[in-house]
Write a protein that binds this ligand. Structure first.
Ligand code: 6AU
Length: 286
């Protein structure tokens, strides 16, 4: 199993959370404030670095380093939703270079395999040449470990976009199964998928599935910031409830605007965490 996958599964049990908040906001300082506000309720914090104004590129005191420090404090993983999709040579530069230097601060990134399997090999090479170190984390009352120090693995992980939530997308069944085949080829780097349901079908498969397009039903919603499950936003995003996604077997639900646009994002994140966790506990264990 990918070391970040076992770390994440442990985090899920420890924080009783299957929630990823997607920081779909456009200012770097507001993104950091959101990370602090929802930190206690989440296991993954998802960013779109390229939508942020005010990104500070300083490797030690800049935005990426600050986010990594918040992630260590509240115990969550950072997922930069960069959706790499180019030739291998280019994605290596996009991953490790430029203003954002994503590999320095994001534990997880995602990629389309539209350009073929070498996009995965290229990203893996860039991740392997990154010089990060294992970090000891003090987690207070680590229930199952018998010690209160966890090691955050120094490895980076990748999710492949095997299915999408947007209406009319072209990721058909054949494409999805090709994605799974590529993931199996690169198990030491690929943690799993963005998909609508679990895609494990062989005994040795242990891929994580993270699923966006998630919204509370109106009767459970604290405010009207959300889209109604079963409906679409104005641009074709399709929604399902967190309960339905977890009962399908998804590991993590990804929520963006439903939490970012709420009047109290931290209370809203806690509400999503509770609903998703309850469904997780109800779900028959394999
Ligand atoms: O909850 P929302 O609809 O406000 O935000 C959903 C987030 C956005 C999308 O870029 C992302 O999830 N997303 C992805 C990802 C995570 O790769 C894939 C997809 O098929 N649909 C989708 O919405 O930040």
């Amino acid at each position: 199993m990918h070391p970040l996958t076992s770390y994440l599964r442990r985090l899920i049990r420890h924080k009783r959370s299957n929630l990823c908040v997607s920081a779909d906001i456009t200012n770097a300082d507001e993104m950091l404030a959101l990370a602090r506000a929802v930190g206690p309720s989440i296991v993954v914090f998802k960013t779109h670095a390229d939508i942020l104004s005010g990104w500070d590129p300083d490797p030690v005191h800049g935005t990426g380093a600050k986010l990594a420090a918040i992630a260590r404090k509240y115990l969550f993983l950072v997922f930069e939703d960069r959706k790499f999709a180019d030739i291998g040579f280019t994605v290596q530069l996009q991953y490790a270079g430029g203003v954002h230097r994503i590999v320095d601060w994001a534990h997880i990134v995602n990629a389309h395999v539209i350009s073929g399997p070498d996009v995965v090999r290229a990203l893996q090479e860039a991740a392997d040449s990154w010089g990060g170190e294992e970090i000891n984390e003090d987690v207070g009352d680590a229930q199952e470990s018998g010690s209160d120090t966890w090691k955050l693995p120094s490895k980076r992980g990748l999710l492949l976009l095997a299915q999408m939530t947007s209406a009319g997308n072209f990721l058909n069944e054949e494409y999805t199964s090709n994605c799974v085949a590529i993931a199996r080829q690169y198990r030491e780097f690929v943690m799993g998928f963005i998909a609508l349901k679990p895609l494990n079908s062989q005994p040795e498969d242990d891929f994580i599935v993270m699923t966006p397009g998630c919204s509370l039903p109106p009767e459970e919603s604290l405010d009207d910031s959300e889209f109604v499950p079963g409906s679409e936003d104005a641009l074709g995003q399709q929604y399902v409830t967190p309960k339905e996604l977890i009962l399908r077997g998804c590991d993590i639900v990804i929520v963006g605007r439903g939490i970012c646009n709420a009047t109290d994002p931290s209370a809203k994140a806690e509400q999503y965490r509770g609903v998703a966790w309850q469904a997780y506990e109800e779900r028959p264990k394999l």
